[in-house]
Design a protein around this ligand. Structure first.
Ligand code: FCB
Length: 460
């Protein structure tokens, strides 16, 4: 009997997409990102305007997520709507979120709710935002308010999205608000975000003891340009420590790793303050020692030449498509944390307007996740970034991450082939050889392994 190779995912695996309020809702004129737009800081010169119009009609896209047989959807709450001025709460905004979460549940899409995804209310930014430790209490108060209002509809919370990206882009690279270039300040912002997460974690825990509470980090691989060069190795290692390790090390041990522990004080009650590890993974960069760039920790980062890569956009931020990277990250997080918590891929995606690399990329990344699961790593879900094209921060509409294409002018939706592929995988809770043959036959060996002795097979 002919055998079909197949990679089955564990029962109850979460399949969904991830998104954020600013990027999808539209009409968010009360956050620091709106001011950034007004200052002409979006590289394409665009403004977010109505984005995907989710504030009016997110349900239209939730319907598409239901059609591709997802069982989860991650979105974020817009703090600047819920608390438009310090201490003033807008119950109509919370009602709108209640309606969205109710609709998701009706469609059997488990809501995964992020409380902070890059945007701050203007009043908070004007007080110094997360650069000032004294402001953390405002965030925690907002979190408690929002969770209290929504806890009957959601039990899976992401406190803060990518504290490392918020700190690096806003305070080192300067391409996100407030546009500063000061590594010491960035480190203090990072520390304050860790502390904000920890305090939010305990605030939510009190309200909802059974909730799943964590945060997600953007993991980026930094590989030495020349593996034999001690200098390339040490600058790549330094970038890894600052960007990838600092925050999770702090939520494992309460302290920051060397050498950051010489600059940053420990965070009280941080050790173990999360129920899962949220992994956002996109790309890797190569790093070469360069004594002329102390601001970049003496490491020149570049995309490995000759590789398949994402659409670069104007900021060239997304680089190589490197499926093995997701496996390496999962293994590292699992090993370093001694497997203490389940893992979720809270974001993974590709900027590919033509959708001619995404199909294969989805299949190969999922195959790598499957490999990690086979090796005993408890990965419990995968959220693809993103369901629909959305407003990509300083890149505007210039890069397209959606399974479904959106024309921002007409708001027309056109599903890309990737939407069908992802739908077939979600429905089957598996990657079958037949799907691979149909969408990316050239990747069959990479996905199932040439030597399929190690693969699980089912007779057909
Ligand atoms: C991540 C962000 C998300 C989106 C993707 C492409 O770093 O969390 O909002 O911009 O990148």
């Amino acid at each position: 009997m002919a055998k079909q190779r197949i990679l089955r995912f564990p029962e109850g695996f979460l399949w969904g997409t991830a998104s954020s309020s600013y990027q999808c809702e539209g009409g968010n004129t009360n956050s620091q990102w709106y001011r950034w737009e007004q200052q002409g800081r979006i590289l394409t010169g665009e403004s977010c305007a109505i984005a995907d119009n989710w504030w009016e009609n997110a349900e239209r896209d939730f319907n598409l997520a239901e059609q591709i047989e997802n069982n989860a959807l991650r979105l974020s709450l817009e703090w600047s709507r819920i608390e438009p001025a310090e201490g003033r709460w807008d119950s109509a905004a919370l009602d709108r979120y209640r309606a969205m979460l109710t609709d998701l549940r009706r469609r059997h899409l488990k809501p995964i709710v992020t409380l902070h995804h890059f945007t701050d209310p203007l009043w908070f930014a004007d007080r110094g935002g997360f650069a000032d430790e004294a402001n953390i209490r405002f965030f925690v108060r907002y979190v408690a308010h929002a969770v209290q209002a929504l806890q009957d509809l959601c039990d899976f919370w992401v406190t803060i999205n990518e504290p490392n990206v918020y700190a690096a882009q806003g305070y080192v690279i300067g391409s996100y608000p407030p546009g500063e270039k000061d590594i010491m300040r960035a480190l203090h912002v990072l520390r304050n975000l860790v502390q904000a997460h920890v305090q939010a974690f305990y605030a939510i825990r009190r309200l909802q003891p059974e909730g799943q509470i964590g945060y997600c980090l953007h993991y980026r691989l930094f590989d030495p340009a020349n593996r034999l060069s001690p200098l390339d190795n040490s600058v790549a290692g330094l970038q890894n420590t600052f960007f990838n390790r600092a925050a999770w090390y702090a939520t494992e041990s309460g302290k920051f790793p060397f050498p950051l522990n010489m600059l940053l004080a420990p965070v009280a009650r941080a050790a173990g303050a999360r129920d899962y590890h949220g992994v956002n993974y996109y790309t890797r960069e190569m790093v070469r020692f360069d004594p002329t760039i102390p601001a970049e920790l003496f490491g020149r980062r570049f995309v490995r030449p000759g590789t398949i890569h994402n659409d670069p956009g104007l900021d060239n931020n997304f680089g190589e498509i490197y499926p093995r990277g997701i496996y390496r990250i999962l293994k590292t997080v699992y090993r370093r944390t001694r497997g203490n918590k389940p893992l979720y891929i809270t974001e993974n995606g590709f900027s590919d307007a033509a959708d001619n690399r995404r199909p294969r990329a989805i299949l190969e990344h999922l195959a790598m996740i499957h490999r990690a699961i086979r090796e005993g790593i408890p990965v419990r879900g995968y959220l693809h970034w993103s369901l629909v094209d959305n407003f990509e921060w300083n890149e505007g509409w210039g890069v397209r991450f959606g399974l479904i294409e959106v024309d921002p002018q007409t708001q027309r939706r056109i599903p890309r082939p990737s939407a069908s592929i992802y739908g077939e995988i979600c429905r089957a809770n598996a990657i079958s050889e037949e799907v691979v043959e149909r969408y990316a036959p050239e990747a069959a060996d990479a996905i199932f392994g040439k030597d399929d002795v190690t693969q699980r097979q089912v007779p057909v």
